[in-house]
Design a protein. Structure first.
Length: 211
């Protein structure tokens, strides 16, 4: 298959060259003529070309799948959507990065979903229904336990959040928070928990901190 793929790439290269030489205004001389080699000359059939292309697509899909965990991507996308969908791009990246920094740090769950849904669980629900239901308004990220639906309803914003989450997880955006693991809105009184933390970024209406 590697030999066939190599032959196909050579065929595509030669075909591209002959296409350029066929452009109007380019005059061929005996010194720069070339023999055109077709796929058939190399023993390559249309079925072989299709198989090679399909293999390339499948390989890229597997590599992408290994780099991305669907559940993690969805959790991060929801956090972007509910925490910052009306904010500028840099704010959305910062919010996402805080969750990632926590997942990579000691003292927090080691998955994005675990970080984003972190919070105390209702003992009553657990004992009587077997369900883990977070206590209202006591989660690390308030949208997860504010009593409202956690299903995105704004299609355009949701699609954008999913795309941005994918880009961030693939390393296409830098951590502009300098390792921040906490943030709060600047229009509230400074929370007690900021004591002893280092402010790393003040961005739009939020302030970011790390140890």
């Amino acid at each position: 298959m590697k030999f066939i793929s190599g032959c196909i790439m050579m065929f595509i290269f030669l075909k591209a060259c002959t296409s350029v030489l066929d452009e109007p205004g380019i005059v061929m001389s005996p010194m720069n003529t070339m023999t055109v080699i077709t796929a058939a000359d190399l023993g390559i059939t249309p079925a072989m070309i299709d198989a090679a292309q399909n293999q390339t697509i499948e390989t890229e899909a597997v590599e992408l799948g290994e780099a991305l965990n669907y559940n993690e991507q969805q959790c991060l996308a929801k956090n972007i959507y509910f925490e910052a969908r009306n904010e500028a791009l840099d704010e959305q990246i910062a919010v996402a990065q805080v969750a990632i920094n926590r997942a990579n740090a000691r003292g927090f769950p080691d998955t994005l979903c675990g970080v984003i849904t972190q919070g105390p669980i209702s003992t009553w629900f657990l004992e009587n229904t077997g369900r883990e239901v977070p206590l209202r308004n006591e989660c690390q990220f308030s949208w997860f336990c504010d009593g409202k639906s956690d299903e995105p309803r704004e299609a355009a914003s949701w699609n954008y959040a999913q795309q941005l989450a994918t880009e961030i997880l693939l390393g296409q955006h830098e951590d502009i928070t300098d390792g921040a693991k906490w943030y709060h809105a600047d229009y509230i009184d400074t929370p007690y928990w900021t004591s002893g933390f280092v402010q790393t970024l003040r961005l739009n209406t939020h302030i970011y901190y790390r140890e």
